[in-house]
Ligand binder design. Structure first.
Ligand code: 5AD
Ligand code: SF4
Length: 460
C-alpha cells in the first residue's frame, strides 16, 4: 500500500482542507505515516499569514530534498495559502517539487496526484473559482470517530484589513447553504459527534451576500434544535459585524458555549483606522460590555498585532490600556509582518525593531498575569465538561473542555467519552486544568442548560 505524510500549518481552514486531502488520498489507496522518510507522497498544507510561516515552508521543502534524491519516485506536493500565493513560481524555486495546488483547488488533488503518478507531469492549480462553484464545493463531512468537529460555513474574506493576506489567498466571501450545514450537523451527530465549531474567516457575515440566506444568529438558533448535539462554538468573529442578534444568542441558547474569539488587533483608534478595521476602540469595548451583559460568564479571547507601521509609544499605551478594560481570558499576540500585495506593505515605519520587540514582551507579560488570575479564580468551580477522549497526560486519564474551551484532564471511565460531566477544577497549569468528576445527580439539568450550570461553584 502507498503511504503519505501530511503536515498542516496555519488555521482551522487548513485543518479542514487537510481532512479533504486525506479523504482523497485514502480513496487513491494511500495510508498515512508519521515519518516523511517512509512516505511515497509528502504533502505540505501551508500558511502565509506572516513571513515566518512562509519561510518555514521553504525550510521544510529543503529538508525533503535528500529524500527525493534517494527516491525519485517520491511525490512532493504543496497546497494551501503559500501555494496559492506563489503558484508556478514554486516549481521554479524548488526544482524537485511535483505539484502545487491552491486554496480553491483542494477537490482536484486526486486527479493531480494521478497525473504525477502516471506521467510525471508537474501540475499547478491555483485558479480562483466563481462563487456558485465554490458554494457547491465546500469541505464536506468525512468519516470520523471524534467527539468534536469543525464545520465550514463561510470561506474567504471581503474585508481587506490593510495588513492581511487572507483575501488574496482565500478569495472573496462565499457562504454555504444553511440546509447543507444543518444536514451535515445532523449526520455528524449520528456518527457520534457532540460538539461542532462553525468556522470561517468571518462567520459574522454569514449569508449576507446570498439572497434569501438566513443570518448566522438564525443558523445558531436552528442548530439548538438538533437532538444529540451538546455544544456549538464558532470562530472567527469580526467585531464590526458582531450584531446584537448574535450577542443575544449567548444569553438565549443553551448549546452555545460561553466563549468568543473577537480579534481586536490594536487599542488605538489611529492604528485601527490605518488597519482598516471598521471600528474604533470605544465601539469594540461597547461590544465587549454587551456580550458580558448577555452572558455574564462569557470568556473573551483576542488577537493583537504589535508594531503595525507608524505605531507610536502612545498608540501602544492604548493597546495596553485596552487589555485592562477588556480583560481577555487569553490573547494571541503577533509582531507585525509585512505581506505581499497588502496595503500596509507600502507603509514606512521609523520605530526600531527592538522597540517593537520590547512592547511585544510587555504585552505578553501583562496578559499572562490576567490569564493567570482567571485560571486561579476558576479553582474549585464545578463546570460542565464534554469528555473528548483519553488524555495525553497519562494512563487512565481523560480530557475534555470547559465551555470557554479550556482543556481539563481528570481520572475517569472511558465510557464517559462523548458525555457531558460535572468536573471540579482542582489545579491550574499553563495550558490546562486538572479536575475531578463530581457525581452529579442532576446530570441532565446541566446538559440542558450548560451556561447556567457553569455559573455555579462548589458542589452540586
Ligand atoms: N502580521 C502579523 N500578524 C498578522 N495577523 C494577520 N496578518 C498579520 C500580519 N501581516 C494576525 C491577526 C489575525 C491573526 C490570525 O493573525 O492578529 O487575527
Ligand atoms: Fe494562514 Fe490565513 Fe491561510 Fe489560514 S487562511 S492558513 S491563517 S494564511
Amino acid at each position: 500500500m502507498k503511504k503519505y505524510y501530511l503536515e498542516t500549518f496555519g488555521c482551522q481552514m487548513n485543518v479542514v482542507d487537510s481532512e479533504q486531502i486525506e479523504d482523497q488520498l485514502r480513496q487513491l489507496g494511500y495510508r498515512s505515516v508519521s515519518e516523511p522518510a517512509a512516505a511515497d507522497l509528502i504533502l505540505l498544507n501551508t500558511c502565509s499569514i506572516r513571513a515566518r510561516a512562509e519561510r518555514k515552508v521553504y525550510g521544510h521543502l529543503g529538508r525533503f530534498k535528500p529524500l527525493k534524491e534517494r527516491n525519485p519516485e517520491l511525490i512532493l506536493a504543496v497546497g494551501g495559502c503559500v501555494a496559492q500565493q506563489e503558484g508556478a513560481r514554486m516549481l521554479q524555486k524548488v526544482p524537485y517539487l511535483d505539484m502545487v495546488f491552491g486554496t480553491h483547488n483542494v477537490h482536484r488533488l486526486a486527479e493531480m496526484v494521478r497525473q504525477v503518478e502516471s506521467r510525471r507531469a508537474r501540475p499547478v492549480a491555483v485558479e480562483f473559482l466563481d462563487p456558485e462553484t465554490r458554494r457547491r464545493l465546500f469541505p464536506r463531512r468525512v468519516a470520523t470517530d471524534s467527539i468534536t468537529r469543525f464545520v465550514t460555513v463561510i470561506q474567504g474574506c471581503d474585508n481587506f484589513c490593510s495588513y492581511c493576506i487572507v483575501p488574496y489567498v482565500r478569495g472573496r466571501e462565499v457562504s454555504r447553504p444553511h440546509g447543507e450545514i444543518l444536514a451535515e450537523v445532523v449526520q455528524l451527530v449520528e456518527q457520534g459527534v457532540r460538539e461542532v465549531t462553525f468556522i470561517g474567516q468571518n462567520v459574522n457575515s454569514y449569508g449576507r451576500k446570498e439572497a434569501g440566506e438566513i443570518s448566522f444568529a438564525e443558523l445558531l438558533r436552528r442548530v439548538e434544535d438538533i437532538a444529540g448535539l451538546e455544544r456549538v462554538r464558532f470562530v472567527t468573529s469580526h467585531p464590526k459585524d458582531l450584531s446584537d442578534e448574535l450577542i443575544d444568542c449567548f444569553g438565549d441558547l443553551a448549546k452555545l458555549c460561553n466563549h468568543i474569539h473577537l480579534p481586536v488587533q490594536a487599542g488605538s483608534d489611529r492604528i485601527l483606522t490605518a488597519m482598516r478595521r471598521g471600528y474604533g476602540r470605544d465601539q469594540y469595548l461597547e461590544r465587549v460590555a454587551r456580550l458580558r451583559r448577555a452572558c455574564p460568564d462569557i470568556r473573551i479571547t483576542s488577537d493583537i498585532i504589535v508594531g503595525f507601521p507608524g505605531e507610536t509609544a502612545e498608540d501602544f499605551a492604548q493597546t495596553m490600556d485596552l487589555l485592562e478594560q477588556a480583560r481577555f481570558a487569553e490573547i494571541y499576540s503577533f509582531l507585525y509582518s509585512a505581506r505581499p500585495e497588502t496595503a500596509a506593505a507600502r507603509l514606512k515605519d521609523a520605530t526600531p525593531k527592538a522597540d517593537h520587540q520590547a512592547r511585544f514582551e510587555r504585552l505578553v507579560a501583562r496578559q499572562e498575569e490576567i490569564s493567570r488570575d482567571y485560571r486561579e479564580a476558576d479553582l474549585g468551580r464545578v463546570v460542565p465538561v464534554l469528555v473528548e477522549g483519553a488524555s495525553r497526560q497519562g494512563a487512565g486519564q481523560l480530557f475534555g473542555r470547559t465551555g470557554w474551551n479550556r482543556i481539563v484532564n481528570f481520572d475517569g471511565d472511558p465510557a464517559l467519552i462523548g458525555r457531558m460531566v460535572a468536573v471540579r477544577l482542582t489545579a491550574a497549569q499553563r495550558n490546562s486544568h486538572i479536575g475531578e468528576v463530581v457525581p452529579c445527580s442532576t446530570a441532565c439539568e446541566h446538559r440542558l442548560q450548560p451556561s447556567a450550570f457553569s455559573l455555579q461553584s462548589g458542589s452540586l
